[in-house]
Design a binder for this molecule. Structure first.
Ligand code: SAM
Ligand code: SF4
Length: 316
């Protein structure tokens, strides 16, 4: 479906839970989230009906996210059913990877085609510090499992944080030579629930190119500008929500685990579909898509996102 500004909305990001087995500092508070009552959350059937309604309105690509989607006990069933929805060409998943060793093969069999794995650092002490409770070894075992499971595409997402991992750009980029993966650097976004980072932490992703003088430009892929190192198997991607936002080309809407459609990541506006029948869901999705804002406001160290939710409640 086309929104009021002429953008074709073809991509739904479905957050299946706001719970997570990590506590990344930029995403959620150290104490985690207060668990919502079961009845407040979308059921598996409601999620699938929402995906069906979105597909009827022209959505072709679904990304399953969270919180951490793999802590959801019925995640394989959700992905498998979503992959069979007529009109959905591609089901992708965004994960911290920790539970991939147990689940990657089942997810691939269920029809998940692509996986994005979040990995901000290759240093065990830094990984423990940024995730507050994670171990790098487990995330790397998740990457191994994803590589073995035969997904069509694996992308590694690294949030670029000044004074934290900007000295690891070359090491992270090197993964594109070692493995058939893309590595995408994402600008840190000032989200509610995340720790307050100082202005020095907010680096433009152009810094990545400064650190990789041999990276050659290639065409862009959705929100990412792509580059490639000599002899690399995968791309380097730059995602710049702050320094060069991509609102004019935004093709996505989001649905939270408690059934709120978010037409824009950085707006407080939400439209509920919880408890609605198929026609009601379709109508609300139609409203949300049509009314999608032209653009989000300024984002910077001093100007936080207007979203009323933490990232773990939205899904990135
Ligand atoms: N738990 C899964 C994961 O970490 O991949 C999926 C959900 S997580 C919210 C989705 C993506 O959002 C991750 O790649 C994470 O790094 C990114 N993210 C979370 N908070 C962010 C922030 N404040 N700025 C930029 N990216 C953020
Ligand atoms: Fe969890 Fe992902 Fe947020 Fe980290 S970024 S706390 S893994 S939801």
């Amino acid at each position: 479906m086309i929104d009021q500004y002429g953008r074709s909305i073809t991509y739904l990001r479905l957050s299946v839970t706001d719970l997570c087995n990590l506590r990344c500092r930029y995403c959620m508070p150290a104490e985690g989230v207060s668990k919502k009552r079961h009845g407040e959350m979308l059921t598996e059937d409601e999620m699938i009906r929402a995906v069906e309604a979105a597909a009827r309105l022209g959505v072709t690509k679904l990304r399953v996210t969270g919180g951490e989607p793999l802590v959801k006990p019925n995640i394989v069933s959700i992905c498998g059913r979503a992959a069979r929805v007529p009109g959905i060409d591609e089901v992708c998943l965004t994960t911290n990877g920790v539970l991939l060793p147990e689940l990657a093969a089942d997810l691939r069999r269920a029809g998940v085609r692509r996986v994005n794995l979040s990995l901000d650092t290759l240093r065990p002490d830094r990984y423990a510090a940024i995730t507050r409770c994670g171990t790098l070894e487990k995330a790397l075992a998740g990457l191994d499992a994803a590589l073995s499971a035969g997904f069509d595409k694996i992308k590694i997402n690294a949030v670029l944080i000044g004074g934290f991992n900007d000295d690891e750009i070359a090491d992270l980029a090197e993964l594109t030579r070692r493995y058939p993966v893309d590595v995408r650097f994402i600008e840190l976004m000032p989200m509610p629930g995340g720790e307050a980072f100082g202005p020095e932490c907010y680096l433009p992703v152009s810094r990545v190119l400064d650190a990789l003088p041999k990276a050659a430009p290639e065409s862009s892929d959705g929100v990412a500008r792509l580059y490639r190192l000599p002899d690399a198997q995968g791309h380097i991607g730059l995602i710049s929500p702050l320094s060069q936002h991509f609102c004019a080309d935004c093709n996505r809407i989001r649905l939270t685990a408690d059934g709120r459609i978010k037409p824009c990541l950085h707006s407080a506006e939400e439209i509920s579909i919880k408890g609605l029948d198929d026609a009601g869901m379709e109508e609300q999705l139609r409203r949300a898509i049509y009314g999608k804002p032209a653009c989000h406001g300024e984002l910077s160290a001093d100007s936080r996102s207007l979203s009323a939710r933490n990232m773990n409640q939205i899904g990135g």
